[in-house]
Design a protein around this ligand. Sequence first.
Ligand SMILES: Nc1nc2c(c(=O)[nH]1)N[C@H]1C(S)=C(S)[C@@H](COP(=O)(O)OP(=O)(O)OC[C@H]3O[C@@H](n4cnc5c(=O)[nH]c(N)nc54)[C@H](O)[C@@H]3O)O[C@H]1N2
Ligand SMILES: Nc1nc2c(c(=O)[nH]1)N[C@H]1C(S)=C(S)[C@@H](COP(=O)(O)OP(=O)(O)OC[C@H]3O[C@@H](n4cnc5c(=O)[nH]c(N)nc54)[C@H](O)[C@@H]3O)O[C@H]1N2
Ligand code: SF4
Ligand SMILES: [Mo]
Length: 721
Amino acid sequence: MNTNTVHTFCRYCMASCGLEVTVEGNRIQKISADKQNPHSWHDFCAKGRTANQLVEHPRRIVRPMRRVGDSYVEESWDVAIRDIAARMNALIDQDGPDAIGAYYGNPSGHSSSNVMFMNAWMDAIGTRSRYAVGSVDQNALHVVAEAMYGSSLMVPVSDVDNCDYFLLIGTNPAVSAWNWLETVPGGWRRALARQQRGATIVVVDPVRTETAEKADVHLAVQPGQDWALLLALVKVILDEGLEHRRDCADLATGVDELRRLVADADLDDLAIRCGIERSRIVSTARDFAAARGAMVVTRTGISLHAAGTVGEWLGQVLNVITGRMDRPGGRRFEPGYFDALKLAELAKTEPHTSRVAGREMVAGAHGLAELPDEITTPGPGQIKAMLINCGNPVVSGPDGSKLDKALAQLDLLVVIDLVQRESHRHAHWLLPAVHWLERDDLLAFTSNMHDEPFVQYGRKVVEPPPDTRQEWEIFVDLALAMDRPLFGAKGLNRFIRATRRAAALTRRPAVAFGPHWLDRLIVRMSRKFNGRRLTWRDLMANPHGLVLGPREFGHFKGALRTDDKMVHAAPPQFTARARELLAEPIHVAPQEFPFQLGNRRNRHSMNSWLNELPGLHRAGKGNDVMINAEDAATLGIGEGDRVRVYSPTGAVELAATLSDRPRRGMVIIDHGWGSRIFDPRGGGAPESFGVNRNLLVDGSTVDPLSQTSTLSSCYVGVERV
Ligand SMILES: Nc1nc2c(c(=O)[nH]1)N[C@H]1C(S)=C(S)[C@@H](COP(=O)(O)OP(=O)(O)OC[C@H]3O[C@@H](n4cnc5c(=O)[nH]c(N)nc54)[C@H](O)[C@@H]3O)O[C@H]1N2
Ligand SMILES: Nc1nc2c(c(=O)[nH]1)N[C@H]1C(S)=C(S)[C@@H](COP(=O)(O)OP(=O)(O)OC[C@H]3O[C@@H](n4cnc5c(=O)[nH]c(N)nc54)[C@H](O)[C@@H]3O)O[C@H]1N2
Ligand code: SF4
Ligand SMILES: [Mo]
């Protein structure tokens, strides 16, 4: 059998590590780091190394499957698409388009065509019942970027290699690989290299994480109260005149409003709220402002709390007022080869207020926490059918059992995934997706997120099983079968049909409309580097990827999409919310639920998936609850004891690990566990590892500015069983 080597990159997370894959026939033999990749292989981890295990998952769905009673039967795509289209059309005729709901999860963002075509389909049917992973992830960042910089996708990247002072808040890059809306391959390793050369790393985290362990300073903040710490830092900087005068005048508006806000805040009060001594806050502020290159980085440790947007905003404010935007060692705008911000503008969803909770959409979708009530509350606009694409919201969102019950009551649940997981157990149709090792991707919309100008064509490594399909194709087929205009654009369906006929006639599949058309267009329109545009040939001739030039500074101001081309440092909705928080009494845990529930990611899992694969976790895998040893002593809990963790919403049982890592009053359970994996083909018993900690989280509280569920602000009780 012939053996060949393919170079591509991993699409599990934003680190986008370059891969070298050895293939024999159509089977992957070995995946290693592509050391010839000039940009991104340095985070290469066991998840990438074992990615073939998901391709060859023993429970992988490889043909469309229809539920019949309690089991599933295989069907052809023709039957599947026709049945789904007919049932959805009947519901739309009867109840209107909002009767069709849809959710997309995290992996959809690692495909170049998935979300675009899902939106095209949602626009085709006209539904506003749209839900997305952002409301359990990074909505706060989108809201802040939109208000401050004029585009929800304008996310300046970290200039790690020039940074002298890292203020890392609510992030554990030693595990999560410097991930969010940026690709900074080897970011953590590079930060440590800077530290070797004298840079300071400050980590703000209620837990002494793997990252905090390596830090020069660890500030064990009171969970959920980073906004108070950040506001205090801003206050010290403005009160002591440590701000960057020129940027505060020429780059930003609203600094006077910030001055008024901090004048109304008291440093001692803020220190008590965040649980960090005033003197440490003051010295951190002074050191941050004085450092030559410095950056604040904020992530999910901020966003999954009720004050998440205010925290995210104040983190950006610190960067802006100390002159870190567009300067070495700070945050830089990467123009990339393609202007994704422009695309985001074209693809904007009409604003919409939800039916039951009366909340606004954020970044084109409603909050996941609202979904159960939208399914169970009768009346015009009630969701009767759902499509879940790349998601496991029962595990990733709050109050999973409430959502599970709601999903059970749908007339139609359609799932597009590789495997049937917890959120898919009531599915009427399981539609088999294609793994990224089986598809080509040009991730043009991440072009502004790389920490240096870079392009790599994500090559397909093996052929997918014949009856699996990429999401874009499923959405096109559905829109055609439903006879509803893709993208809401009249005439497009007819045109697509014509290209498909031409492809069949000429026996050239590439003639049929698909995302490869758009890829070609994007390359043709690419920004010039060294005086010339990219060509398709450049992409093909550089399988390891192509660094397009040096990191450039000076694009930030021009890229701003606010009407006055200025950074808006103090959007009124943010200052109002900060004043609301200042007026709130200091949080104390309710007596019956005295602990705050913290969260961890696992190096060898991707949110709720990959944790079932062999080789990635040791035997007996699952999650446990980490309890501060002093707290455990007062509860009479010993190492390895079985304990019950309970909240007003739910209860779970698991083993205890004692540790001095979490601050007192906090217990930690890894998220992403406790999702069953079903066997729709073989009918084997469901497999499951660990417990779902989000069963403890009430869905009714959200960050009002971003609609993000407060997954990390949950109070619980703990007892030995
Ligand atoms: N308590 C707590 N909860 C959290 C978090 C936390 O830190 N703490 N983190 C949150 C964050 S940051 C995120 S991003 C969310 C994730 O939330 P979700 O995106 O809803 O869930 P995932 O666990 O990522 O599940 C992804 C699903 O996509 C499937 N999949 C993988 N690749 C493909 C593909 O190419 N095509 C298709 N169709 N399916 C595919 C997988 O099999 C899996 O079933 O969880 C959030 N929930
Ligand atoms: N191995 C692995 N890597 C991943 C993922 C994965 O599942 N596994 N998921 C990917 C995804 S989708 C995302 S979005 C990114 C997320 O990347 P990160 O946000 O860096 O994710 P975490 O590693 O969960 O780090 C969050 C940290 O916030 C801390 N924290 C919790 N509450 C608070 C608080 O109130 N204040 C402060 N200051 N800190 C708090 C937690 O203790 C934790 O250490 O990671 C990505 N990378
Ligand atoms: S999952 Fe691992 S190998 Fe894949 S991109 Fe992320 S860090 Fe790299
Ligand atoms: Mo995420």
